[in-house]
Ligand binder design. Structure first.
Ligand SMILES: *Cc1c(COP(=O)(O)O)cnc(C)c1O
Length: 489
């Protein structure tokens, strides 16, 4: 069959730049309305429709087939899309560890989405690449490591790289740890005796990294935790002896800073002293909790972190950047260079260059201009404002704990360190199933969004106070909402 050439691959009504400008302005108006409604605390945080009904309401297949997502239709469509979103800016959103983005940080996403500068090689985005270097150095300086402002590579200086998320960052750090102890592994595969020490409540991305690297999940030599799931320092010595007696070589020791479930920090400094004593690679998983370094009122939780060999730090959790932006940071940047012992001649050729190519240091090949979001979040109001934000959210969890302690019908089992708090509602029976059912009821009612988690085998309701709009009054409201939800079960 002969096809008319005019119909092949040619869009009859391509969007013009004028259309883009008009539509984008209207979308921004809609977003502003969405933000006003969400932050006012009216309406629901989340209304979940079954996905088939949502797919049809949003005309997804039809639009893909026939197009037409432009003009007024696009505006209607965006309204509907927003209505069916998780309303993160609503002060009753207190669920997962993901940032409510700083409004300025969203501008970085808009710019990136328009110009697309995948800057892993400098010439594909000099501004974004330079920004990455500067924000990474800002993070290194918060740790207390020496950065390298002039892009030179003085041997003892620290270094780091942004990655698409903390899971990727953890894997990168452990690859560097392996290269340090077993440089031949990249070529020849893992020696059979490698193990990693850490608690078995480390984030699952650590376990995944161990398995992805081919060490096998059994290569985790577990260190005991207490009843709050915090690593017991004294047990490091027992675990180490056990590993050695079993003929193992310890590749890395992993600290949780802080734990995803409770927000409690493993003893960062003590683990560091242990690692120094035995000359072991010390990795700190600070995906959530490294942001404590941004505030003078909270940075003591990370005290001693400068003893680490590698630290990961998500900015899309506590530093008000949209997903994704994480950093993997090394005390000695030479380890960063050895994590991937691979050459891609078209990328890594010797060239006269004015900037830095980061591709050699990441799992990703193409990479988004991640640092631009963090930069906007910091630069809009300055780093002092970020410090107030982090300090303020940590403080709110303390205040909430004190408030709950005054209620007879709630049980809390620890003093919070970060901005995460777990507790149980006692009238709901303390069985795991009952607490989970209560959480589901609360979410289904839509007024509040909270999560739940198991700690030492017991299920708790869980709040992450990450929203700048949430106040203690909203938390008083949550207490009422929990009681009402229970009474309606
Ligand atoms: C969130 C988290 C991770 C994973 O980070 P992603 O950015 O979600 O991939 C790893 N470790 C800890 C402790 C975390 O809280």
């Amino acid at each position: 069959m002969k096809r008319k050439s005019t119909h092949i691959g040619i869009n009859q009504n391509p969007m013009t730049i004028d259309d883009y400008q008009t539509l984008t302005k209207k979308v921004v108006d809609l977003l502003a309305l969405y933000l006003r409604q969400s932050t006012s605390g009216d309406g629901v945080t989340l209304h979940q429709e079954p996905y088939l009904s949502l797919a049809s309401q949003l005309s997804l297949t039809e639009l893909i087939r026939s197009g037409g997502l432009n003009g007024d239709r696009a505006i209607e469509w965006v309204s509907s899309y927003l209505e069916h979103s998780q309303h993160m800016h609503h002060p009753h959103y207190m669920g997962h560890q993901v940032a409510i983005p700083h409004l300025s940080a969203g501008i970085a996403d808009l710019i990136h989405g328009t110009i697309n500068n995948p800057m892993a090689i400098y010439e594909m985005g000099p501004s974004a690449a330079t920004i990455e270097h500067v924000v990474v150095n800002w993070m290194l300086s918060k740790i207390g490591w020496h950065d390298a402002p002039d892009l030179a590579m003085p041997p003892a200086s620290a270094g780091g790289i942004l990655t698409h998320g903390g899971s990727m960052a953890n894997l990168t750090a452990l690859l560097a740890a392996r290269a340090a102890i077993s440089p031949e592994a990249w070529q020849s595969g893992n020696p059979a005796d490698l193990c990693v020490m850490g608690s078995d409540v480390a984030h699952y991305s650590i376990m995944r990294a161990i398995s992805i690297m081919g060490l096998g999940a059994k290569a985790l030599q577990t260190v005991k935790t207490d009843d709050r799931e915090v690593l017991v320092v004294d047990d490091l010595y027992r675990a180490y002896r056990l590993a050695i007696d079993r003929g193992k070589t310890v590749m890395a020791v992993v600290a949780n800073a802080c734990a995803t479930s409770t927000g409690l920090y493993d003893p960062v400094a003590e683990i560091g002293y242990f690692c120094r004593e035995y000359d072991l690679w010390y990795h700190i998983d600070g995906a959530h909790g490294a942001s404590a370094l941004a505030s003078s009122s909270t940075r003591h939780y990370m005290q001693g972190c400068e003893l680490a060999d590698s630290i990961i730090w998500d900015t899309h959790k506590m530093l008000q950047t949209s997903t994704l932006c994480a950093a993997v940071l090394f005390r000695d940047r030479r380890h960063m260079a050895s994590a991937f012992d691979q050459k891609g001649s078209y990328l890594f050729h010797d060239k006269e260059q004015v900037g830095i190519d980061t591709m050699a240091y990441t799992i990703e090949c193409t990479k988004s201009g991640l640092g631009t979001k963090l930069f906007w979040a910091l630069a809009a109001d300055g780093e002092e404002a970020m410090s107030d934000f982090v300090g303020g959210r940590y403080q709110l969890a303390h205040d909430f704990q004190e408030l709950l302690a005054q209620q007879d019908d709630f049980e809390i089992f620890y003093k919070p360190e970060a901005n995460i708090l777990c507790f149980r509602y006692l009238p709901a029976s303390t069985s795991n199933a009952a607490q989970l059912a209560l959480r589901n009821k609360i979410v289904q009612r839509g007024k509040y969004y909270i999560t739940s988690t198991e700690v030492a085998g017991r299920r708790y309701l869980r709040t992450v106070l990450i929203n700048p709009h949430t106040t203690l009054d909203h938390l008083r409201g949550l207490i009422d909402e929990i009681r009402t939800s229970f009474s309606e079960m």
